[in-house]
Ligand binder design. Structure first.
Ligand code: S3P
Length: 432
């Protein structure tokens, strides 16, 4: 579907981003692994996280949807039921594809085949195949690295694993497999990535230790999880925030947004570029250090200056880096993103998509081996941008259109529904 996004005046008002995608996936999976029912408040109802509810249903969990809350009746940690033919459709959800095998690998006798859409078939899974094999599971992938992914559950043994790339999905997969393994399992990341799984493990009363970037988990018989409330998604909110940063006169307040520091890298980068962003923390519900911090962000447009995003910042802003390129088009000087080669492996090749997409709208931008460099040229002319089936590229095109001089036609705008079904309505509301 093609949609034109015309230049718009300032964005003003308050908006609540949709529920967090990463936390929703984990809440559903942890709920399915629990013995007692778990209520998940503010669960994301978008294509990706509906795939997770379907997957846990196929594995034997009960899922009841009651106004705004999802009730998951889990099957317990050690009893995932083989589905008919063992087939699990993950749709477009890379997080489901890479985290769920950690649980399945520890179910001796079970066999599952995970597959999804055209985009998922290009997402590498060797990063989970390798550690799960080392733990004792038989795991196969097409050409050793692509879905479909076939997991044969087995008795697992704990490992001491160093992740080759910072990935919260792989880290989560190995930690969850560690719950079912004989002995302790340690995971060390090269850089800090989002820590939602770690917080949830602690909340589920799992013996868990952290020493810098090294994490260690011990096996348990069951998870003891209280109800979960999912905060607003900072990655989705970032698209509204970016529009507010580049459209002069804008002032937008994002309410109920997750302020976990492992997710807010984009806001720190935008602030460093000159955007005015002020955060306020809400009183945490239970006041525990493992609860997800939640609050509001007040964002106002201001003249922007170029910046360099260094490799250590990349995992903390990974899904928002296309927006750094957009801000770079409106900033004074050259904005560079380094150490972000992982962007080539997302729902689409986001280095190629961002560079070709924004260049087509008038940007002075080049791809580099591990990111991109963009020279601010007073904004964007406009034109058309192909979302390439990628939700974040569709939303990037829409925001570029509002901020451009002549508007942008976005091809494949419907992809936004993967994470933010009400995205266009939220923009319309802020335009007023
Ligand atoms: C996610 C981790 C990141 C991120 C993705 C969601 C998660 O992927 O890009 O959108 O929920 O764990 P990687 O683990 O591949 O870095």
């Amino acid at each position: 579907m093609r949609r034109a996004f015309e230049p718009a005046g300032p964005l003003r008002g308050r908006a609540t981003p949709p529920p967090d995608k990463s936390i929703s996936h984990r809440a559903a999976l942890f709920g399915a692994m629990s013995d007692e029912p778990v209520h998940i408040g503010n669960y994301l109802r978008a294509a990706d996280t509906m795939s997770t509810l379907d997957a846990i249903r196929s594995l034997g969990a009960g899922v009841e949807e009651e106004d705004g809350t999802v009730l998951v009746r889990g099957v317990g940690l050690r009893t995932a039921a083989p589905t008919t033919g063992g087939f699990l459709d993950v749709g477009n959800a890379g997080t489901l594809l890479r985290i769920l095998p950690g649980w399945l690998a520890g179910q001796p006798g079970g066999v599952w085949r995970l597959d999804g859409d055209e985009s998922i078939r290009r997402r590498p899974v060797d990063r989970v195949v390798e550690p799960l094999r080392r733990m004792g599971a038989a795991v196969d992938a097409r050409d050793g690295r692509l879905p479909p992914l076939v997991v044969h559950g087995a008795e697992l043994t704990g490992i001491d694993y160093r992740l080759p790339v910072a990935s919260a999905q792989v880290k989560s997969c190995v930690l969850i497999a560690g719950l079912l393994a004989e002995g302790a399992t340690a995971v060390t990341e090269p850089e800090q990535s989002r820590d939602h799984t770690e917080r949830m493990l602690v909340r589920a009363r799992v013996p868990f230790e952290r020493d810098g970037l090294r994490l260690r988990v011990s096996p348990v018989d069951e998870l003891e999880l209280d109800d979960i409330l999912v905060p607003g998604d900072p990655s989705s909110g970032a698209f509204l925030a970016a529009a507010a940063c580049v459209i002069p006169g804008s002032r937008v307040v994002l309410e109920g947004i997750a302020l976990n520091w492992t997710r807010t890298g984009f806001f720190r980068i935008a602030q460093r570029m000159g955007a005015v962003i002020v955060g306020e923390l809400e009183e945490p519900a239970a006041g525990s250090a493992t609860d997800e911090p939640i609050g509001e962000l007040d964002i106002a447009a201001a003249p922007l200056e170029a910046t360099t995003v260094e490799p250590g910042e990349v995992p903390l802003a990974i899904d928002e880096l296309p927006l750094v390129a957009l801000l770079g088009c409106f900033a004074e000087g050259q904005t560079v993103v380094r150490g972000a080669e992982e962007l080539r492996l997302k729902e689409s090749d986001r280095i190629a998509g961002v560079v070709e997409g924004l260049r087509g709208l008038g940007a002075d931008i080049d791809a580099t081996e591990d990111g991109f460099a963009v020279r601010g040229a007073g904004g964007l002319e406009g034109g058309s941008l192909d979302a390439r089936g990628d939700h974040r590229m569709a939303m990037l095109g829409a925001v570029a259109g509002l901020a451009s001089r002549n508007g942008v036609e976005v091809e494949g705008v419907e992809a936004a529904a993967v994470s933010y079904p009400d995205f266009e309505d939220a923009l319309v509301e802020l335009i007023g």
